[in-house]
Design a protein. Structure first.
Length: 107
């Protein structure tokens, strides 16, 4: 059993709490697709899901494969999600990597 769930957040979640519920369902849908494909690494790479005004932001600890990107697109396009293709993916930058970037920019 995998218990290290990604962080889930949404713009205006205080006034629209259904956005957080929708993200939980999208996560479950995408995790189910990964499981059907025998992909156990997908959910381990996932850091955060965020709904930014109808755009799904998927933040990863490690670079996703095109297949993994497809899981979240398919989930967001479904009736469970937003029924749109507005999905963006990004890698999470570790603090040490961020400090290195900032140090090189200041030189």
């Amino acid at each position: 059993m995998f218990l290290d769930y990604p962080k889930i957040s949404a713009t205006n979640s205080e006034t629209e709490p259904d956005r957080l519920e929708r993200l939980s369902r999208v996560y479950g849908y995408a995790a189910g697709l990964a499981d059907l494909d025998g992909n156990s690494e997908c959910i381990e790479k996932l850091a955060k899901l965020h709904d930014h005004k109808g755009t799904l932001m998927v933040i990863w600890h490690a670079a996703p494969t095109s297949q993994e990107i497809g899981y979240f697109l398919r989930a967001w396009q479904s009736r469970i999600g937003d029924e749109s293709n507005q999905v963006e993916h990004a890698l999470m930058i570790s603090e040490s990597a961020q400090r290195a970037v900032e140090a090189s920019e200041s030189e």
